[in-house]
Design a protein around this ligand. Structure first.
Ligand code: Z5A
Length: 207
């Protein structure tokens, strides 16, 4: 079977990191070779860009700078990690990908969607995830989970309105790409969340 590219998306604290490990173990049990990665990040240079993006102690980052840094990190990630893995038959699981740019920079920051689409086509050519699991939960649940973990980063320190726009943008994306983006109710207990994830994965594997 051709290796597939799966991304996990959603607001802060919805359980992406927790569930990506669950997906990895499900795929390994099915005999797949799996690469776990994340955005922004996934290469040495992209992880440096991530650290700059999350740091709130430096000068304020212009919105256009933020957008270009996301795609600069993504270009490295695709060239050095994602595409080589897929070419070798390794399944790729990424904690966030370009839908996050549409949700955070497009929805949250209000940046021009046409510019994001142009950058997506320029940087990715025709590379898109085969399946995107959108973990969706009420914002207060995710924020509480993130707060319980400790100090908040530059994105996590945004106001409620920002997170509402991000969530709305994610749900709108899911409506426009229902075949690729599957919404999972992440406000439920973990075993129920993982039962939903398992169904979507079995559809992908059996397709
Ligand atoms: N960003 C962007 O703006 N544009 C882009 O293009 C990209 C990213 C790619 C870094 O992302 C930031 O970059 C992100 C958007 C921006 N901003 N924020 N915020 P990140 O993915 O590293 O950061 P994050 O969204 O904050 O992820 P997170 O805090 O690591 O959350 P998570 O991975 O979704 O959650 P988790 O660590 O798996 O779970 C949180 C806690 O909840 C943990 O204690 C779990 O045990 C618990 N948990 C998880 N699921 C459950 C359930 N179902 N019940 C109870 N408790 C649970």
């Amino acid at each position: 079977m051709k290796a597939k590219f799966i991304s996990l998306e959603g607001g802060e604290g919805v359980g992406k990191t927790t569930n990506i490990k669950f997906i990895e173990s499900l795929l390994i049990d099915k005999g797949m070779q799996v690469l776990l990665t994340r955005e922004p990040g996934g290469t040495v240079l992209a992880e440096k860009i991530r650290a700059l993006l999350l740091d709130k102690s430096q000068e304020s980052i212009a919105e256009s700078t933020e957008l270009l840094m996301m795609f600069a990190a993504r270009a490295q990630h695709i060239k050095h990690v994602i595409q080589p893995a897929l070419d070798e038959g390794i399944w790729v699981l990424s904690d966030r990908f370009t839908d996050a740019t549409y949700a955070y920079q497009g929805g949250g920051r209000g940046m021009d969607i046409g510019v994001i689409q142009w950058l997506e086509n320029f940087i990715q050519a025709d590379l898109r995830p085969d399946l995107t699991l959108l973990l969706d939960a009420p914002i207060d649940i995710g924020m509480q989970r993130a707060k319980n973990r400790g100090a908040l980063d530059r994105f996590e320190s945004e106001q409620m309105l920002f997170f509402t726009k991000v969530r709305d943008a994610y749900l709108a994306l899911a409506k426009t790409s229902p075949a690729r983006i599957k919404v999972v109710n992440a406000g439920q207990p973990l075993d129920k969340v993982q039962a939903e994830i398992k169904i979507h994965l079995s559809h992908l594997i059996n397709d």
